[in-house]
Write a protein that binds this ligand. Structure first.
Ligand code: PRX
Length: 633
């Protein structure tokens, strides 16, 4: 098992070694895994072309490491515990041995449908154990999984399937979240008509209703599994073969297919999980993120299983059937590590202390936070009420592209400062640079957060578009990986993430590209142009504010706003719904036609006392008009 850091002196030793001798450092960690063949080189890299290879030439399979190993060592230990949306429904558990069998069976199902190494398989499922089984089955046979969060619309499915050319999609008839029931299959059906490359749609039965199954294409999961063989030899994968693609939003254009490869991702997810959460043998780990996001991939699934840790999947929402549900889940399953998002913490905080009545929470040992900056108040509330003052909070900073946590306290080791992600993990070399790309040396500085040396978990490319990978991450500041985040380093060298410095908005921990929302809004026949900015929101962290210019002054402003909302929901998903839409006569623009978003951001934030120089605008009067119009939004 991975040897973990237990003290600050361990941390400093490990960190220094990871900088001085990165290849030795990472190859020693990689020795903890089973490989069919070892690597030729530990690392080859060139940030100017964004070429990075870890453990190239080595052969392995991630599922041998996260399932087979433990099916031998701890066959009866729970690998995954599933808690249903309704507390009345019985929870399910799969031991490592049972998981091994189910994954092998489903891997054989995929093979029988002609899925081969390198083929792409889309997964559009809610939080069910079968989601994990589907992902692991892909990894078993070397197929590349593309999990599409089950809150995305059919148009988003079409974009993703078209981009990655998936030949199979796996979904469920329906899903439940709180009181809400959603017909997933109908959403997939709307997409399938427009993506002929999908040969099969495998449907898991979650609900009771009869649904239409199209002859030839639609296949029931349970029918396929009935006679599937329970042994499936793992495919021997090169460490640099793709493991999965996950789509994420950026400043411009359509979501990017971020590609992660097998070997480096495996080593990094496992190493960071074991260290950050200071993992113990009997931990029960619950990450509340959906498997549709990177946190679900790296920690609900791979990181935990690679360490033989029991992981909990929860199908429901924190507020159903009441606001105490999170605590009930923790008490019921004796969860020792809770990993959740600040938005959930703030939402629960708003219900008052009564939500803890009759809850115990004594099983908790470590708390985690991820997805967005956690404000100090929420940090203290989490620490005091959930952790009862004696659980460290690991505020973990990372991204879809980084594959795993880069900056974070190590539980029970690092000194905590509320709202600080604190220190880089071993192997991570952050640097702060100013607008000109000059390094901000020393402490007490603030700048753009970049990373100057590769780490094994980093994304290797954007699927089918390496140029965009180079352009997005390695060209703003040459030979540095640019994260898109702003960051402060305090007098002790501790890092505090201040939020995105690009046009990405983080709404309830969901990463939303303003460009995508603008495309959706701009497709309305009466809207000529629009600008989307983020503004502070008490619970969501940030919310969307849309400024739209119409061709004809709308008679029914409320109706138009509804139509815009519907457009966003159908083109992206319900989580991208704006909080505010303002119809304006014009947008503030420079003489060269650039929209001055800085001003719109200030207006959205109600921060209008100092708007700075507006003399460069074509029509400076528009600013006071927009401010006046804001009253009616
Ligand atoms: O802005 C940072 C924010 O989330 C972004 C990455 O989003 P995504 O790729 O969806 O991955 C989220 C889960 C890893 C980052 O660029 N972010 C993530 N974690 C933190 C954070 N901001 C502040 N503190 C964090 N702990």
């Amino acid at each position: 098992m991975i040897e973990t850091i237990q003290s600050m002196s361990d941390y400093h030793t490990a960190y220094q070694r990871s900088i001085d001798k990165p290849e030795e450092f990472w190859s020693e960690i990689a020795e903890n895994f089973s490989w069919y063949r070892k690597w030729n080189d530990v690392l080859k890299w060139d940030f100017s072309t964004a070429e990075v290879k870890w453990f190239d030439g080595a052969l392995c399979n991630i599922t041998s490491n996260c399932i087979d190993r433990f099916a031998l060592l701890t066959p009866h230990k729970s690998a995954i515990i599933w808690e249903a949306n309704s507390p009345q429904q019985q929870s399910k558990r799969y031991s490592f041995k049972e998981l091994q069998i189910e994954v092998a069976k489903f891997a054989n199902v995929l093979k029988s449908l002609g899925v081969k190494k390198g083929d792409r398989v889309a997964i559009y499922l809610p939080m069910l154990i079968e989601g994990a089984i589907a992902m692991l089955a892909c990894a078993r046979i070397g197929a590349v999984h593309i999990v599409i969060f089950a809150g995305f619309s059919s148009e988003s499915i079409i974009d993703r399937v078209n981009d990655c050319d998936a030949k199979v999609i796996i979904t469920a008839d329906s899903m439940v979240r709180g009181e809400k029931k959603i017909s997933l299959k109908e959403i997939v059906d709307e997409a399938i008509g427009q993506v002929p490359q999908i040969e099969y749609c495998i449907v898991l039965k979650r609900g009771e209703d009869n649904i239409e199954m199209k002859h030839g294409k639609d296949l029931w999961w349970h029918d396929l599994m009935l006679h599937a063989d329970s042994i499936c030899e793992p495919e021997q994968m090169n460490a640099e073969d793709p493991l999965f693609i996950l789509y994420t939003s950026g400043s411009t254009g359509k979501p990017k297919g971020v590609l992660h490869t097998v070997g480096g991702y495996m080593v990094y997810a496992a190493y960071t999980f074991a260290n950050v959460f200071n993992i113990q043998k009997d931990d029960i780990f619950w990450c509340t993120a959906d498997i549709g996001w990177i946190t679900g991939h790296s920690y609900s699934l791979y990181g935990s299983l690679l360490n033989g840790t029991t992981t909990v999947f929860f199908e429901g929402v924190p507020t159903y059937p009441d606001h105490g549900r999170f605590w009930d889940v923790i008490d019921k399953h004796k969860i020792s590590i809770l990993y959740t998002a600040p938005t959930a913490i703030r939402a629960l905080e708003s219900f008052g202390d009564s939500i803890f009545k009759d809850k115990n929470l004594s099983s908790l040992r470590v708390l985690g936070s991820v997805g967005e900056p956690i404000n100090e108040e929420a940090w203290h509330w989490y620490h005091k009420n959930v952790g009862k003052g004696n659980c460290p909070i690991v505020d973990t900073w990372w991204q879809t592209e980084t594959g795993g946590i880069l900056i974070s306290p190590i539980a029970n080791v690092t000194n905590l400062i509320p709202a600080f992600a604190t220190l880089p993990l071993p192997g991570v070399q952050p640097i702060l640079v100013n607008e000109k790309g000059e390094e901000m040396i020393g402490n007490n500085v603030e700048g753009n957060l970049c990373i100057k040396f590769p780490w094994p978990g980093m994304a290797r490319t954007i699927y089918k578009n390496h140029g965009r990978f180079v352009e997005t991450y390695f060209s703003m500041f040459p030979r540095l990986y640019f994260t898109g985040d702003g960051c402060k380093r305090n007098e002790d060298g501790f890092y505090r993430i201040t939020g995105r410095v690009d046009d990405v908005i983080n709404v309830s921990g969901h990463r939303i590209g303003t460009g995508e929302v603008e495309d959706a809004v701009g497709s309305h026949p009466n809207i000529v142009e629009c600008a989307v900015v983020g503004f502070h929101h008490e619970i969501k962290g940030q919310a969307l504010y849309i400024f739209a210019v119409c061709i004809d002054a709308p008679m029914q402003v409320a109706a138009l706003k509804k139509e815009v909302e519907t457009l966003i929901t159908t083109k992206i998903g319900i989580f991208a719904r704006p909080d505010k839409i303002q119809i304006v006569k014009n947008l503030p623009k420079t003489r060269s036609g650039k929209i001055v978003r800085r001003l719109l951001r200030k207006i959205a934030e109600d921060d209008i006392s100092n708007l700075g120089d507006i003399s460069t605008l074509v029509d400076a009067d528009i600013i006071s008009e927009i401010i006046a119009g804001k009253m009616s939004v």
